[in-house]
Design a protein around this ligand. Structure first.
Ligand code: ARG
Length: 401
């Protein structure tokens, strides 16, 4: 049988490091390690050297930060998509992009299989594999962490030692951490106890609101077609914009999320997230939509956004439904231009002002002052008809008594 050639989603962490010798041993394979930089890579040389020292035949590191924001994260922002009303889809948005690029690399390399380090208990396996299936139905999929016999991290470490592969000398974090420019997902260790407050050392991007500065910080964010483009009047490309908002948000203790969520496979899990920049943007974008969208579109969009978030969470990025929903969402963003003013204070992200050339707000209708142009008498006819069913029902019930 010809040797298998496998493209592996590689993070440099323990699971994907162990996966390299494990795949070579169990599948008689050559392994190509693939890493996407989504803002989490601190040192390119270290991960490069490590992948080769671990036995990868070749190592790919691609800077996908801008693509991740433009084509994935900002789409979720436009849709106001939060899974189960809270989770800004940090990890969920990244998997289809990584998997898509892996497929392209596999084609260039004439690989025979794709592999990832996700376990059989989570959502990431679904996201990787649904993308693989949609884009490369002919390629084999291997999930070592679902197959191998290791029962604990200790057993993995023993195997790594036996295989003489480097594992980080630095003391390992007790948490499982998945980070990108949209935020960080933190799991495992004591966080598995939903009653226990997350220890401060679990947090990666934000300082405790208690330690945040004792003064208010104001900023202005401008949007064009639903996309953030300026901070305090100055233009920023996507990556620089996110880095800046993550920094300011983090310093002010903004964007910590602690929830029990429903995974696709049916298990509930306690999740801790931090998304300082993303939560600032969700808040600001929402404030602007409330100013420029008509009532019915705003209302309908909330349903579409909820559905869009579920679809991303459930690994269905590459699906006709996503494309169809995006058409609706794009249509709603046509007039989402303008600026929102926010105030940060000790973990709070407070909207204090909004303006737009497409504003539907009319002060002379809303006002209770002398400038009022609204004819209050016209409301009576409206209520007579709007209340007609209530009146008919009320009369019937009184008769029946
Ligand atoms: N529960 C989150 C999700 O499904 C976080 C996943 C984090 N992934 C990881 N490999 N640590 O999107």
């Amino acid at each position: 049988m010809a040797k298998e050639k496998i493209v592996l989603a590689y993070s440099g962490g323990l699971d994907t490091s162990v996966a390299i010798p494990w795949l070579k041993e169990n599948y008689d394979a050559e392994v190509i390690a693939y890493t996407a930089d989504l803002g989490q890579i601190k040192n390119k040389k270290i991960i490069h050297d490590k992948s080769l020292a671990t036995g990868a035949q070749r190592f790919y590191l691609e800077d996908l930060r801008e693509k991740f924001l433009k084509d994935f994260a900002f789409r979720a922002l436009e849709a106001s998509a939060l899974y189960e009303g809270k989770y800004p889809l940090i990890s969920a948005l990244s998997r289809p992009l990584i998997a898509q690029r892996m497929v392209e690399v596999a084609r260039e390399e004439q690989a025979t299989a794709l592999a990832h380090g996700a376990t059989g208990k989570g959502n990431d396996q679904v996201r990787f594999e649904l993308t693989f299936k949609a884009l490369a139905p002919e390629l084999k999929i291997i999930a070592p962490a679902r197959e191998w016999e290791f029962k604990s991290r200790e057993e993995e470490i023993l195997y790594a030692k036996r295989k003489k592969i480097p594992i980080s000398a630095t003391k390992r974090s007790p948490y499982s951490i998945d980070r990108n420019l949209w935020g960080v997902s933190i799991e495992c260790g004591i966080l598995e106890e939903p009653w226990i407050e997350p220890p401060e050392d679990a947090y990666q991007m934000t300082i405790s609101p208690k330690k945040a500065p004792d003064r208010e910080r104001y900023i202005e964010i401008s949007f064009a077609k639903g996309i953030p483009i300026k901070i305090d009047g100055k233009e920023y490309p996507p990556v620089a914009l996110m880095e800046k908002l993550n920094k300011i948000g983090g310093e002010n203790g903004i964007g910590r999320i602690d929830i029990v969520e429903n995974r696709l496979i049916g298990i509930k899990s306690r999740e801790v997230y931090e998304a300082p920049g993303a939560m600032i943007l969700y808040n600001a974008h929402d404030a602007l939509e409330r100013l420029v969208l008509d009532r019915e579109t705003f209302d309908h969009k909330r349903l579409i956004g909820e559905r869009y978030g579920q679809l991303i969470y459930n690994g269905l990025w590459f699906s006709p439904e996503r494309e169809a929903l995006e058409k609706f969402i794009a249509e709603t963003q046509k007039r989402v231009f303008g600026t929102v003013r926010l105030k940060f204070y000790k973990g709070n992200c407070i909207i204090v002002g909004r303006k737009s050339p497409y504003s539907l707000y009319q002060r002379n209708l809303a006002t209770y002052s002398k400038k009022d142009l609204f004819d209050q008498k016209s409301a009576q006819g409206f209520i007579d008809l709007y209340g007609l069913p209530s009146k008919i029902l009320g009369a019937m019930e009184n008769r029946a008594e």
